[in-house]
Design a protein around this ligand. Structure first.
Ligand SMILES: C[S@@+](CC[C@H](N)C(=O)[O-])C[C@H]1O[C@@H](n2cnc3c(N)ncnc32)[C@H](O)[C@@H]1O
Length: 202
């Protein structure tokens, strides 16, 4: 978290308590569900969902049988929601921690992004890309959705463009896919990039 940021744990916790969670889709979104479907059968891969909120992706993967799904969020309310919805989700995999302070050992194989990047102070974007690379194994994957649009209201969410984002990720990742999502939820259609980036060995 940025030391000067107003977007701290208290801010996000208050948004959940006040029900001001317009980003919350109430379930897994089609681009993530379709991506997970082609991962093959569950195995020991370590999957991290940072800024996970209520973490419907973690619920989905857990119910599919993936044993190593980790969820990080600074706010307690959404983690409690996951715990209540999925009581057998391993409590030690619920990390109430700042993403930027997560430890890289053991490294993760896959990081899943959805409306976390756009919720951060835009000044943190280079650090986000660096931390994702730091947390992943060489060859590990950062995948998910980024908004490829500007918003008329002050953020969060903060918008941007794929050209801008490329600069943050290019130092660490090869671009497997970085193009308009084809299966976004209707309110996000035409405004989302689907990203699949592979961490380079060095
Ligand atoms: C816009 S919400 C998105 C939540 C979820 N990804 C979704 O799609 O429903 C952003 C989330 O990031 C969390 N968050 C913000 N800053 C964070 C940080 N530095 N580390 C971890 N979580 C953070 C907030 O508490 C909030 O749950």
């Amino acid at each position: 978290m940025h030391p000067d940021s107003q977007l701290d744990a208290a801010y996000w916790q208050q948004r959940y308590l006040a029900g001001q969670t317009g980003w919350d889709t109430g379930g897994i979104t089609p681009p993530l569900r379709d991506y997970f479907a082609q991962l093959g059968p569950p195995d020991a891969r370590r999957i991290l969902i940072p800024g996970a909120g209520r973490a419907y992706e973690a619920e989905y993967l857990h119910r599919q049988g993936w044993p190593n799904v980790w969820v990080a969020d600074v706010a307690t309310a959404p983690l409690q929601s996951l715990h209540q919805r999925v009581p057998d989700f391993p409590p030690q995999h619920l990390l109430q921690q700042d993403f930027f302070r997560l430890a890289p050992t053991p490294a993760y194989d896959l990081i899943v992004e959805q409306t976390f990047f756009c919720a951060l102070d835009p000044g943190l974007r280079p650090a986000y890309a660096q931390q994702c690379a730091h947390l992943l194994q060489p060859g590990g994957t950062l995948m998910g959705l980024l908004f490829d649009t500007e918003f008329s209201q002050p953020g969060p969410p903060f918008g941007g463009s794929r050209e801008e984002y490329r600069e943050y990720f290019a130092p660490y990742f090869d671009f497997v896919h970085f193009d308009a999502a084809t299966n976004s939820l209707p309110p996000r259609r035409g405004r989302e990039l689907f990203m699949c980036l592979r961490k380079r060995a060095q």
